[in-house]
Design a protein around this ligand. Structure first.
Ligand code: ADP
Length: 177
């Protein structure tokens, strides 16, 4: 929590510098999903990873990108009941590398979706789930994605209908030679 708070503060002050390198999004996503697999399994949530055949190049900071996906997976686990499902999908589209995280969990009221990216914003749903969080995870995700020149959007059909988070990062032309 303190780390999140420090990171959000540092980003808002322009104090976070990315250590960028040319990387294949598939590698980082595979690794971060592996790291979170146990957490999801313990919660009785099934995880599926959907990767394209071709590399998806970006100029990204691997540690920060893993922090972004890690936060989204952490939330997906927190807001999805046992028996639910989380799908992570990587794709390329029109010069963008996209990472989608979809869960079958608690969902967000459509009117609240935008606000959830503000620091300290939390949904009104059950306290049991939000307890232990400060509402900083998505603010951090947004800050880090924007530092990469990307965008993050969320969509939900409403309470109980699951969520989708879509991270789009500018694609790089090809791997480093
Ligand atoms: P925290 O998880 O600490 O509350 P976040 O910034 O990560 O903070 O999330 C803000 C709020 O957005 C959460 O409290 C929750 O209401 C909503 N939220 C985030 N991710 C999800 C999700 N996958 N499903 C349902 N609600 C979510």
């Amino acid at each position: 929590l303190v780390d999140d708070l420090l990171d959000v503060t540092r980003i808002s002050r322009g104090k976070v510098e990315l250590q960028r390198t040319r990387l294949d999004v598939r590698d980082g996503v595979r690794k971060t999903c592996d790291d979170h697999h146990a957490l999801l399994e313990r919660s009785g949530i099934e995880m599926r990873l959907d990767l394209p055949f071709s590399p998806v190049w970006v100029d990204g900071d691997p540690t920060r990108m893993s922090q972004v996906l890690g936060n989204l997976l952490h939330n997906a686990a927190k807001f999805t009941d046992a028996g639910g499902r989380v799908v992570v999908e990587v794709s390329s589209r029109d010069g963008w590398a996209e990472i989608a995280v979809r869960d079958s969990g608690a969902g967000i009221e459509p009117d609240d979706v935008e606000r959830m990216f503000e620091a300290f914003a939390q949904g009104e749903q059950n306290l049991a789930r939000t307890a232990g969080g400060l509402g900083l995870g998505l603010a951090l995700v947004k800050g880090l994605v924007e530092l990469h020149g990307g965008t993050v959007r969320a969509r939900s059909e409403g309470r109980g209908r699951g969520c989708e988070f879509l991270v789009s990062l500018p694609a790089a032309a090809r791997g480093q030679e």
